[in-house]
Write a protein that binds this ligand. Sequence first.
Ligand SMILES: CC(C)(COP(=O)(O)OP(=O)(O)OC[C@H]1O[C@@H](n2cnc3c(N)ncnc32)[C@H](O)[C@@H]1OP(=O)(O)O)[C@@H](O)C(=O)NCCC(=O)NCCS
Length: 99
Amino acid sequence: MGAFDGHRLVGSVRGNVDGDRMEVARLFVAPDQQGRGIGRLLLDEAVNAAPAGVDVLWLFTGAQSQENIRLYESAGFERVSERVDGLGITLVTLERKVI
Ligand SMILES: CC(C)(COP(=O)(O)OP(=O)(O)OC[C@H]1O[C@@H](n2cnc3c(N)ncnc32)[C@H](O)[C@@H]1OP(=O)(O)O)[C@@H](O)C(=O)NCCC(=O)NCCS
């Protein structure tokens, strides 16, 4: 789903459903539009758009991305695990239940 300012796409997010779990992926807001609440809105919309049968939402981000982690935690996500990717970057996975 996307966020538009007129015809301009200023943000987007994807939901990848796999059984009873949905990954919230590729949350992005155009750099000149960040910090205006668009990311939070898109995240809330993705959570609310989870189809019937999905019980758990999950996502991952860089363990150093403290602003991102704060956004996700304020939306009810909790850290569940960490892993190091092929480039040596520590990634943290967060989850929340669908209410
Ligand atoms: C992360 C991102 C989607 C947040 O979107 P945003 O529209 O800037 O966020 P909002 O204005 O809705 O702010 C909500 C929270 O996001 C967090 N945040 C993360 N990045 C931020 C940024 N660059 N500017 C402002 N807030 C940011 C803050 O914690 C903020 O909380 P606050 O309102 O209590 O200060 C956006 O900064 C972005 O696209 N970043 C680059 C891509 C990226 O990192 N995507 C996430 C992949 S896991």
